[in-house]
Design a protein around this ligand. Structure first.
Ligand SMILES: Cc1ncc(COP(=O)(O)O)c(C=O)c1O
Length: 398
């Protein structure tokens, strides 16, 4: 048989889903694994949202919707963007799709021609890298270090720009580091993008999950010039515990939105009508469940940071947002686990899962070897159990 498409064959599977699947299959075999691999809230979707979906079914909202999404949901998105970040959008500038992940794919499809370069600050969320390649673009990783607070400096970013650079992907707050840029930092990045005529894909999916004194600033709130070249991506998965409903959105200038809407019409058609009704309730209805979930995440973050700080050989940058800690494990690399040398963070994760029964994702998948990502979107009880196991595992290393 003829070979499959070259680009498709080279796409690697999502490392975060792979860890989660492995942990789940060990659990299915009766092994008590404490899994911290997945980036998904452990809370259930709030009742008012579930009831809205049931009502939608009963009211026969079971037909196709416009490709860009129902007018009700697009209007609800506009209202929320105005209320949350002060940005003005019309429903014609909003595209609804099946999850923020697919929105990112649509955004890249709309912007990229073969060979176009995309600036990707590292460490980066696993799917960006592959999606750029799936859209025939070239990822140009601009790395940062823990010492830099995982912030990509404007100088490094500007130095990576060539005449092929088309856009920047900015994830704020960041998965996997939890880092969040301040307004002055974002202003410098926005200035570079405007001066070099770059688009920005701004993934703000964790904008509601920000802790302590840190204040979220959206790229599109920095003025009209940067707003018109920004494709803002957000959704209901993380803030409303709605990962399985698969609803995300893009807010963009009207021309970009029209192009993306055509892509939608020829690909998935439209996001689920029922899930759109549920998402509309999430965005329009009472927001107290968002605050309640956030305060639980905040308590878990405090706890996990305190425990990690007390463990010899480990440390991490204090994350401002999202629900991850990105732990530096270089202090224990080189040690042996049952005769096997832990040479890399990938080795560390493998042994921690097999011997310690704790599932976390190794930094290699995010372009940051030497680190592991631990999600605290898990119950406090599970987090305590996981950290106890981590300590026991570390005590066995020679
Ligand atoms: C940075 C980032 N963007 C997008 C997504 C995808 O969100 P959704 O579940 O809405 O597709 C995730 C999910 O893990 C994420 O971490």
């Amino acid at each position: 048989m003829k070979p499959l498409g070259k680009i498709a064959s080279e796409i690697s599977p999502s490392a975060t889903l792979a860890v989660d699947n492995l942990a789940k299959s060990m659990t299915a075999q009766g092994i008590d694994v404490a899994g911290f691999g997945a980036g998904e809230p452990d809370f259930n979707t709030p009742d008012n949202i579930k009831l809205a979906a049931i009502e939608a079914v009963i009211n026969n909202e079971t037909h196709y919707t416009p490709a860009a999404g129902t007018m009700r949901l697009r209007t609800a998105v506009c209202r929320r963007l105005k209320e949350d970040i002060g940005a003005d959008y019309e429903p014609s500038q909003i595209i609804i799709s099946s999850g923020a992940k697919h929105c990112l794919y649509l955004a890249m499809s709309a912007l990229l021609d073969p060979g176009d370069e995309v600036l990707l600050p590292g460490p980066y969320w696993v799917s960006y890298y592959e999606q750029i390649r799936m859209c025939h673009g070239v990822p140009v990783v601009v790395g940062s270090t823990q010492e830099e607070g995982w912030r990509v400096s404007p100088e490094k970013l500007e130095a990576a720009i060539t005449d092929k650079t088309k856009c920047l992907i900015l994830n704020n707050p960041c998965n996997p580091t939890g880092m969040m840029y301040t307004r002055p930092e974002l202003e410098k990045i926005a200035d570079i993008c405007v001066r070099h005529d770059l688009y920005v894909i701004s993934d703000e999916i964790y904008s509601c999950l920000v802790y302590g004194d840190a204040e979220f600033c959206s790229m599109v709130s920095l003025g009209e010039e940067i707003k018109k070249r920004t494709l803002l991506v957000n959704g209901v998965s993380k803030a409303y515990a709605m990962t399985g409903w698969r609803i995300g959105y893009i807010a963009a200038n009207a021309e970009v939105a029209k192009v993306i809407s055509r892509y939608m019409s020829h690909s998935i058609g439209n996001a689920s009508n029922i899930a759109q009704a549920a998402a509309a309730e999430a965005l329009e209805g009472p927001q107290d469940s968002v605050a309640a979930m956030k305060s639980m995440f905040a308590a878990r973050r405090e706890y996990i940071l305190k425990r990690i700080a007390a463990i010899e050989g480990l440390n991490c940058h204090e994350p401002e947002g999202a629900f991850y800690v990105f732990i530096n494990v270089t202090g224990v690399l080189g040690k042996k686990c049952g005769g096997k040398v832990l040479a890399t963070s990938a080795d560390f994760c493998e042994e921690l899962l097999k011997k310690g029964l704790v599932a976390v994702v190794s930094g290699e998948s995010f372009g940051a070897p030497g680190y592991v990502r631990w999600s605290y979107a898990a119950s406090m009880e599970k987090i305590k159990k996981g950290l106890d196991r981590l300590e026991e595992f570390l005590a066995t290393l020679e």
